[in-house]
Design a protein around this ligand. Structure first.
Ligand SMILES: O=C([O-])CC(=O)C(=O)O
Ligand SMILES: [Mg+2]
Length: 388
């Protein structure tokens, strides 16, 4: 039966000289982990890799001091599938969150999410299957989607960036094969932001443009932007107010008829449930963007999906925040609405396999065992250096 031999952890920069309406990414970093097993394949121990999505900083201290030791000290059989063949990240979740009080889901949800990613990578590698296939088989999810909708998120604020630069960036996204793009709002005045939005609307139509305020607005500003944006018929209006201000969101959803999107800063099942209970979310048009890696991992995300279904939500209304290969497998297996992508940003963890190509806004699934981070050369080299 497989055993964990060692867990290695590190922090790497994913910094970028860009800003959204709330933060500057000049000092952004993230946690990376390698879980080494005693299963030998091609003369080497099979190893699972994980990293955190952008937006929260490295959770190294919590991984080192609390979460990784719990995995290493657990009864090894308690981490395995019932047949004992491979690791079961669903069983690892209560082990990793043992002795943690409920509520206040902050950086520890990131620490758990990073290790959950590595456990999923390892579990699928042991069974020699790409992760999306492994998930479908182990969770009886039927056939995975053959390709996944991906949209290009960019349009950040940066010193000296002109409207022409913004248009050039969006054209570059379309040239890469994306059909839908997203840009930031809320980091400038409404007047200036409308000039930026209209400049991008010279490149794509409204139905293929989303805007993201990153939680910047108070109610009056969210409503003013909503009224101004409504005629454009945008793909969605994202994170208008503080992620926990559900009353703001509910009021806006009564006024703004187009799709609203939020959830990237909600990190747990109870947080997701409160969103549905109190934020006026409309299952026929709105989007939920909870990021599995930032919110206790895919094991917790499966529980969130079950809760959404009980509330009458389709998985297709979920397009997680994040933009990396793990999210691609999750979207294909769970038949989500798609996946985010930030072409050229948040490297080396962000983005897909080196040879991945987007066609008509969709990405085909890789067939490498596990997540396939081995097909992302620069990242793989960094991950390997954790344990070799
Ligand atoms: O700028 C960010 O923090 C990223 C973000 O909101 C997104 O991907 O939707
Ligand atoms: Mg966002």
């Amino acid at each position: 039966m497989p055993r964990i031999i060692a867990i290695h952890e590190g922090t790497i920069p994913i910094s970028s000289s860009i800003a959204n309406a709330y933060i500057d990414f000049g000092r952004m970093d993230c946690s990376i982990v390698a879980i080494v097993s005693d299963v030998i394949r091609n003369g080497r121990p099979l190893t699972g890799y994980g990293f955190s999505s952008n937006g929260r900083y490295s959770a190294g201290e919590i991984i080192r001091r609390r979460i990784a030791p719990r995995l290493l000290e657990a009864d090894p059989d308690s981490l395995l599938t019932d047949d004992g063949v491979t690791f079961d990240p669903v069983k690892a979740l209560p082990v990793m969150t043992g002795d943690e009080k409920p509520g206040g889901h902050g950086e520890r949800s990131v620490a758990v999410g990073v290790l959950d990613m590595a456990l999923h990578d390892l579990a699928a590698k042991i069974e020699d299957k790409p992760l999306y296939r492994w998930l479908c088989d182990r969770h009886a999810l039927g056939e995975p989607d053959g390709s996944v909708f991906v949209y290009a998120a960019g349009g950040y604020y940066a010193p000296g960036r002109t409207l022409k630069d913004l248009q050039a960036e969006m054209r570059r996204f379309l040239g890469l094969g994306y059909t839908t793009v997203k840009m930031k709002i809320g980091g400038a005045s409404l007047r200036e932001d409308l000039r930026r939005v209209e400049a991008v609307l010279d490149v794509v139509d409204g139905a293929h443009l989303a805007v993201d305020a990153n939680g910047r607005f108070d109610l009056a500003t969210a409503l003013a932007y909503g009224a101004a944006l409504e005629p454009y018929g945008l793909a969605w209006y994202e994170e208008p107010g503080d992620p926990l201000d559900h009353a703001l969101h509910a009021t806006l959803s009564e006024q703004y008829p187009g799709p609203l999107a939020t959830g990237e800063n909600l990190f747990s099942l109870p947080d997701a449930r409160n969103l549905l209970r109190y934020a006026g979310m409309r299952p026929d048009r709105d989007l939920i963007q909870i990021d599995p890696v930032l919110s206790y991992g895919l094991a917790e995300y499966l529980r969130i999906q079950a809760m959404l279904q009980r509330h009458g939500w389709s998985a297709r209304r979920c397009i997680p925040h994040g933009g990396h290969q793990f999210a691609l497998h999750i979207a294909a297996a769970l038949k989500l609405g798609g996946n985010e992508s930030y072409p050229g940003e948040f490297e080396p963890t962000g983005g897909f396999a080196d040879n991945a190509t987007i066609e008509n806004g969709h990405l085909r699934l890789p067939d490498h065992p596990g997540i396939g981070l081995e097909n992302k050369a620069k990242l793989h080299q960094i991950l390997q250096s954790l344990h070799t």
